[in-house]
Design a protein around this ligand. Structure first.
Ligand SMILES: C[S@@+](CC[C@H](N)C(=O)[O-])C[C@H]1O[C@@H](n2cnc3c(N)ncnc32)[C@H](O)[C@@H]1O
Length: 208
C-alpha cells in the first residue's frame, strides 16, 4: 500500500480517537453506537442495558447519557473497566462462562443487549470470521435469556459462512432486523452490525 494512504488512514483514526477523548468517551467506537442509535432509537430513558465486551467503556458511557440515572447499566469484558457510573456495574469475565444470574444481578431482564465483541484477530480471515460468528451467537443466546418482550439487540459480526443462518435466527426472534455498516467503521473492516428490535420473547423448544 502507498505510504500516503497509510498516513491518511492513521490520521483519520487519530482524528476520530481525539474527537472521542475530547467529548469524554474512552474510545472512538462510541461514534458507531451513536450513529446507529440516533436512527434506530435503541436506548431510552430508564432503560436497563447490558453491554457485552464493554472495554474500554465508551458504549456504556454513551448508554448512560441516554438512560439517565433512572436506568441501569451492566457491562462485561475480559478486561477491567471502571467508569464510575452511579447506575453502572461492570464484571470482569468471559461471556462463554459467565452465569446469566451474575449479569442480571437485581434486575429481572434488560431492555437492550449490546455486543461490540470482537475476537483477537489472527489475520486469517476464515478463522476470525468463525470466532466472530461464535461470539455473535453467544451474544444472541444471552439476549434470549435476558431480554424483555419488545427489547432490542445490537451485535457486531464479521460476515462469514454462518451469516445467513444467524440473520435467519434474528428474524425469527425479532420483529425488525437491519444490517448496518456505520460510517464510523473503517472501510477495510469486515465488521457489520445487526440491529434487531421488537424481541418476540423466548423461543419454545420446538422453535429453537
Ligand atoms: C471493540 S472492543 C469493545 C469496545 C467498546 N464497545 C467500547 O465502546 O469501549 C471489543 C471487546 O470485546 C471483548 N471480548 C472479546 N471476546 C470476549 C469474551 N469472550 N468475553 C468477554 N469480552 C470479550 C474484548 O476484550 C474487547 O474489549
Amino acid at each position: 500500500m502507498a505510504r500516503s494512504k497509510l498516513g491518511d488512514r492513521k490520521s483519520r483514526h487519530d482524528r476520530f480517537h481525539k474527537n472521542a477523548r475530547k467529548k469524554g468517551f474512552n474510545s472512538r467506537a462510541v461514534f458507531k453506537l451513536e450513529e446507529i442509535d440516533s436512527k434506530a432509537k435503541l436506548i431510552g430513558k430508564g432503560h436497563r442495558v447490558l453491554d457485552l465486551g464493554c472495554a474500554p467503556g465508551s458504549w456504556l458511557q454513551y448508554a448512560a447519557t441516554k438512560t439517565g440515572t433512572s436506568g441501569s447499566l451492566v457491562g462485561i469484558d475480559r478486561f477491567e473497566v471502571d467508569l464510575g457510573l452511579p447506575n453502572g456495574r461492570t464484571l470482569i469475565g468471559n461471556v462463554y462462562t459467565v452465569e446469566i444470574e451474575d449479569l442480571l444481578g437485581d434486575l429481572d431482564n434488560f431492555d437492550v443487549v449490546l455486543s461490540d465483541m470482537a475476537p483477537d484477530t489472527t489475520g486469517v480471515r476464515s478463522v476470525d470470521q468463525t470466532r466472530s460468528e461464535q461470539l455473535f451467537e453467544r451474544a444472541l443466546d444471552i439476549a434470549d435469556a435476558t431480554l424483555t418482550a419488545n427489547g432490542a439487540f445490537l451485535g457486531k459480526l464479521f460476515q462469514g459462512p454462518e451469516f445467513q443462518a444467524l440473520i435467519k435466527r434474528c428474524r425469527r426472534d425479532f420483529a425488525k432486523v437491519k444490517i448496518i455498516k456505520p460510517e464510523g467503521s473503517r472501510k477495510e473492516s469486515i465488521e457489520q452490525y445487526i440491529c434487531a428490535t421488537g424481541y418476540r420473547g423466548q423461543p419454545t423448544q420446538e422453535e429453537s
